[in-house]
Design a protein around this ligand. Structure first.
Ligand code: CO
Ligand code: CO
Length: 374
């Protein structure tokens, strides 16, 4: 499995005329080696594959990445991972151009690479190819889709438990704590990002911080959450309310729901990310809320919670079977509140499969619990 992925990376290196790659992001290290810690670098050339890590991870690396050579870093012997890797490359007389991941490499680490690889002539150049390297993870295997599906199920199950405890006066932070606790009880290692619970006026911020604000009746509450199971992420948003909604909030929620449904319906291979974004955005624009939909329609989900494909206006990337994506339109009105509804999907040859199963609270329901009996 991992070997087929490494072969695709080698193919990319040949296309880019590079002799090797240094992978430094947790996602790519895991994807191409199986090693699940980020305190390492993975070096891959046409004929070698090696992981530089320290003594704390030695046994773990042997167990998780048995096919990879291990290079032991120790702070007594080397000043940095780059120093250690440079020595190892020089020992076997490696010389060539290398891909690096600019997005996940600190400037400090880059300077170390310059010093220990470029200046000593081991690397002839260091080129950042983050987008191409991450792009190798775009199409998921059936096993990966199953893992993402499990992470999605855990989030759904946690939401079902949490909804039972929601009542007026519950603080955003309590709801957040309950939901994260339930996700862990249901099998998550941790949330895939900081859970968002945004009630009333706080909902006007798409990425609001959780506060101590008590949730009141008649206001929209946006809950955006997800978790990590076996390394794979999920992502879902539900917007609920207690009691009855004011007419302007009803209109806002309805518009978001229609845009969401339109996006889910339209998602299929052959469309570009930009085309899909505009199909759903059009509903919101026509309803007069265009300026209040201030982010892109969605994103891919995998080892990282936000990854390709970007479902946004500028994206010309053509969607293909095996890709995951979220559909998450939202409307955010300063002072009034906001609403977002997000589902996680994957594409098949025929269309899409929606992984998110938590019911949507629909108009006429005065508590999210009622969505479960509908
Ligand atoms: Co989300
Ligand atoms: Co999302």
């Amino acid at each position: 499995m991992v070997q087929a992925k490494v072969e695709r990376l080698r193919q990319l290196l040949r296309e880019l005329n590079l002799e090797g790659a240094i992978l430094s992001s947790a996602e790519n290290i895991r994807y191409f080696s199986g090693f699940t810690s980020a305190d390492a670098w993975l070096f891959i050339s046409q004929d070698r594959e090696a992981l530089v890590t320290d003594g704390r991870y030695w046994a773990q690396a042997q167990a998780e990445a048995p096919q990879v050579e291990l290079i032991k870093y120790s702070s007594q012997k080397y000043t940095s991972l780059a120093h250690c890797l440079g020595e190892w490359l020089a020992d076997w007389h490696f010389k060539g151009a290398l891909a690096i991941e600019g997005r996940s490499l600190s400037y400090e680490a880059y300077l170390q690479l310059e010093r220990h690889l470029l200046e000593r002539g081991v690397a002839t150049s260091l080129e950042s190819h983050s987008a191409q390297l991450d792009g190798l993870r775009l199409i998921k295997t059936p096993e990966e889709l199953a893992a993402i599906g499990r992470a999605s199920q855990v989030a759904d199950a946690a939401w079902a438990q949490t909804v039972k405890r929601i009542e007026a006066g519950m603080r955003e932070s309590e709801l957040c704590a309950e939901l994260e606790y339930q996700m862990q009880l249901a099998g998550a290692r941790k949330p895939s990002f900081d859970t968002i619970v945004a009630s009333g006026p706080n909902g006007a911020y798409p990425h609001a911080q959780v506060t101590q604000r008590p949730i009141g009746e008649g206001e929209l509450v946006t809950v955006d959450f997800g978790c990590i199971v076996d390394g794979w992420c999920s992502d879902i948003t539900r917007t609920f309310w207690l009691g009855q909604l004011e007419p302007h909030l009803v209109a806002l929620w309805e518009t978001v729901k229609r845009a969401h449904d339109r996006g889910v319906e339209a998602a299929r291979p052959g469309l570009s990310g930009g085309e899909l974004d505009s199909v759903a955005r059009q509903i919101i624009t026509e309803a007069g809320y265009g300026p209040y939909f201030s982010h892109s329609l969605g994103h891919g989900v995998g080892l990282a919670v936000h990854e390709g494909p970007g479902i946004r206006a500028e994206s010309s990337l053509i969607l293909a079977a095996g890709m995951t994506l979220t559909i998450e339109p939202g409307i955010y009105q300063p002072g009034l509140g906001g609403c977002r509804i997000e589902d996680l999907l994957y594409l098949t040859e025929e269309g899409s499969v929606t992984l998110s199963r938590a019911p949507y609270q629909i108009l006429g329901q005065a508590h999210p619990r009622e969505a479960y009996s509908a």
